[in-house]
Design a protein around this ligand. Structure first.
Ligand code: NAP
Length: 172
């Protein structure tokens, strides 16, 4: 089972500005995100990101979405294409494996990313660096006790010639 993290960031490592603004992410990042969602077939997100998905009316269609939360109201929800869970990152990956997935896609936000990195579960990271700096905002990884080394697999400039995609393997 391979666990992949895919995120868009600013040059200074923010994934959203204040008020959760992500309007600066490029079409090319979104196209890449949708393509990897289709390939992997699932997306694991944190409760705050789920709230943004609902608020913005974004569609993560034809995939299984796993929302990680401790909120009892969400945990009581039932939906054919969304699992709400308070299980650990390791257990979430085990559930996806049991369901027949070969890969898991972790896609934010910063608190969720951190909890997966801390458990040593992330195998590969894709980062789309957008050409801006945000003085305030939410970091790619919330502070935590981890410092994995990475191996750079590929650097690509996306078709807009402005967004740079870094692809890393996490060394274990
Ligand atoms: N640039 C990008 O590519 C990108 C991608 C995704 C999201 N975003 C942005 O990121 C922002 C949200 O990030 P965030 O760091 O504030 O929040 P987040 O990681 O989306 O959500 C945090 C919440 O998720 C739950 N959670 C996280 N890890 C958990 C774990 N291991 N077990 C159980 N529950 C867990 C907790 O929910 P409870 O409090 O309910 O327990 C936690 O408070 C939004 O603005 C969103 O738009 C940007």
């Amino acid at each position: 089972m391979k666990t992949i993290l895919y995120m868009a960031i600013t040059v200074n490592g923010k994934i959203a500005g204040t008020n959760d603004d992500t309007s600066w992410t490029s079409k090319e990042d979104w196209d890449g995100f949708r393509a990897i969602c289709r390939k992997v077939g699932n997306a694991v997100i944190g409760r705050r990101t789920y709230e943004m998905v609902i608020k913005e009316g974004m569609q993560l269609s034809d995939i299984l979405t796993v929302v990680m939360t401790h909120d009892p109201r969400l945990l009581a929800k039932h939906s054919p294409d969304t699992i709400f869970t308070d299980k650990s990152p390791k257990d979430v990956i085990a559930i996806l494996k049991e369901k027949g997935f070969k890969e898991a896609l972790v896609c934010g936000g910063g608190i969720l990313n951190s909890s997966f990195l801390k458990e040593g579960i992330i195998d590969e990271i894709y980062i789309d660096i957008e050409p801006l700096i945000l003085g305030r905002g939410i970091p790619l990884f919330a502070d935590g006790d981890f410092q994995p080394r990475l191996k750079l697999l590929e650097v690509k400039t996306l078709t807009n010639r402005q967004t740079v995609q870094l692809h890393y393997k996490v060394i274990k």
